[in-house]
Write a protein that binds this ligand. Structure first.
Ligand code: HEC
Length: 464
């Protein structure tokens, strides 16, 4: 009924009463059926006289509901398959409601009573099922389950609620499946390959099902691109009949396909940080692009430095620093501090012995002062610096002027103002800066954006 012909407003106006109207037959028939069964008990036998009236009213309202529903279908915009199922069930139900009415006013014989009980049970089940199909049409199939708590999800066989992933800011800590592959499939494929609608018998919303594949065998075979039907489908020519997603849907980009390939070649793991795999440069570039991390230095991160003194690293670890190399073959370090609410425990000078190795430093919300930035200003290989939510001002920011490799700077929740910002834009490689909740004025930002179109200044809008 995906009718595109102009129909009279009256048709749709009346049709839209269908969702309201259907509650009449549901309620009335339900009451009729309950009384039908209850009336067999002596205690409730006086209900018997109400049954013909209820079943009659139920049948009439069921027929009316069908008519209203039919009018509503002219509105269009429904999934045809789902609409048809609901429509035919609804019509069948109306016919059965009429039959049920006829049977209760008909002469009683033993055989009729048996038939009649069956009819009532059937009507009851049909009522619930048709109502559910109709609900799915209006609200979508995930309406009932979307907010279901985990115990309920378990009961109905749904996977536990997915935990929202924090946005990826560092390529190395991005998860190869959870941050790279899974979001891609969710965006491009899951609309047709989900538990409610599994085209080709394929579900792409869980790791297990992705591997399992559909009617033509496994979806993904770790380490084997040729046997991975999923990969074959996305890498065909776009005009090929088997190409996925089908015609009319946005295809995966070259970079996205490369990442899918990377994941499969790394054995299609269900998780694992990018930094823990040996990954060739062109895949890294693709990942940077797909994850919106471009500008996160290529040459700055290829720098050769001596490995950090392991005893220094060990003692820093013991103090609560989290220190990792940025990738397998590199001596460059990604350093952050787990504050555990203890803001006074960082003494930034402790990091000086590894200042040449640090390229990523994350020290948010640690009560850092302007003097501390004088120390950080000596970490000249720094590429990404996150010092959000610290009481630092323009005076301190001026020390960052020596960080010539700096590409991403997060200053949200600090006291930086227009003057400090002005100084920062002199940093040649700086490509992104976060300034939400600072004293920087929108005028200044507008002004700088016009002058430096390549610099992304994020004032709190959702970042890509
Ligand atoms: C618009 C709906 C739609 C979207 C979006 C879509 N598919 Fe499909 N897919 C289908 C249909 C329909 C079939 C079954 C017909 C066929 O095999 O070509 C199918 C079949 C498949 C199969 C074969 C399953 C088997 O074993 O037969 C794979 C693999 C597949 N899709 C992968 C994908 C991937 C990967 C994406 C996302 C990049 C995707 N699909 C997006 C509709 C879709």
């Amino acid at each position: 009924m995906g009718n595109t012909v102009e129909v009279s407003d009256w048709i749709i106006f009346i049709g839209r009463f269908h969702p309201l109207m259907v509650h009449l037959p549901i309620g009335i028939i339900f009451a009729g059926i309950s009384m039908y069964f209850l009336a067999r008990k002596k205690k409730f036998s006086q209900m018997k006289s109400a049954i013909p009236f209820l079943m009659g009213a139920g049948a009439v309202s069921a027929v009316l509901s069908c008519i209203f529903g039919y009018l509503l279908s002219f509105q269009g915009g429904y999934d045809n398959e789902a609409l048809n199922a609901h429509q035919w069930m609804g019509m069948a139900l109306a016919i059965f409601a009429v039959l049920a009415y006829v049977s209760v006013v008909w002469k009683k014989t033993k055989r009729i009573v048996v038939l009649q009980s069956g009819l009532m049970v059937f009507l009851l089940v049909g009522l619930v099922y048709t109502g559910h199909l109709g609900g799915n049409l209006t609200h979508g199939t995930s309406y009932l389950t979307q907010y279901s708590p985990d115990p309920v999800r378990k009961l109905v066989g749904l996977p536990p609620k997915p935990v929202k992933r924090p946005p990826v800011t560092l390529l190395d800590s991005a998860d190869i499946f959870l941050d790279v592959v899974s979001p891609m499939l969710s965006d491009y494929c899951v609309s047709c390959h989900n538990p409610g609608k599994s085209k080709g018998d394929l579900i792409l919303s869980t790791y297990e099902r992705i591997l399992k594949g559909g009617e033509n065998g496994p979806g993904v075979v770790g380490g084997n691109l040729a046997k991975s039907e999923l990969f074959r489908r996305v890498s065909l020519s776009e005009h090929h009949d088997d190409f996925m997603p089908p015609e009319g849907k946005k295809p995966l980009s070259v970079e996205q396909k490369k990442l899918l390939e990377l994941w499969i070649m790394k054995g299609a793991p269900d998780k694992g940080q990018m930094g823990n795999f040996e990954i060739d440069r062109d895949y890294l570039l693709a990942a940077n692009k797909v994850l919106g991390l471009e500008g996160q230095g290529n040459n700055s991160l290829a720098k050769r430095v001596e490995p950090a003194d392991s005893s220094v690293v060990a003692s820093l670890n013991a103090k609560g620093y989290l220190i990792r190399t940025i990738s397998g073959g590199s001596n460059l370090l990604d350093v952050s501090f787990l504050s555990n609410g203890n803001k006074e425990s960082v003494n930034i000078e402790e990091l000086l012995p590894i200042k040449d190795q640090i390229v990523y430093l994350s020290l948010g919300n640690l009560n850092l002062r302007d003097e501390d930035l004088e120390v950080i200003g000596q970490f000249e290989n720094m590429v990404r610096l996150n010092i959000h939510s610290n009481p630092i001002t323009d005076d301190g920011i001026s020390f960052l002027g020596r960080l010539e490799n700096l590409e991403v700077l997060n200053l949200y929740g600090t006291k930086i103002g227009d003057i400090g910002l002005e100084g920062l834009v002199l940093l040649q490689k700086l490509s992104r800066i976060y300034l939400w909740n600072t004293q920087v004025t929108p005028e200044k930002v507008g002004n700088l954006k016009a002058k430096h179109p390549d610099l992304e200044i994020n004032m709190g809008e959702v970042s890509s």
